[in-house]
Design a protein. Sequence first.
Length: 115
Amino acid sequence: MKTSNILAAAALCLLAAAGAHAETYQGVQPLSAGYSRADVAPQAAAAARSGNVYGDGASSTVAPTLTASADRATIRTEAVAAAHAAGQNLRRESFAGSVVPAQAQARTFTRQAGL
């Protein structure tokens, strides 16, 4: 029984080795440029001056500064009130029927440490 398993594993290894082919190395390919450096330099300078021809108009300009609709103190007060709201971390998907029970909504989950 052991010999047949060893022979089967050896046959699989030979199949895997026969299926693997490595690429051949062809050395460094010769450069086949059609232009000289002196011909390309003015074209490169002109392309650099023209900017991004493939960019759209919306992303190629500087975005305007945003103005807030409310002052910082009001936003902070609303954020603190939302953070201290009872049951703020409850997810509807956690309960049967996707309904948060009334007793879970009214309950506060923070406790004072007893010394």
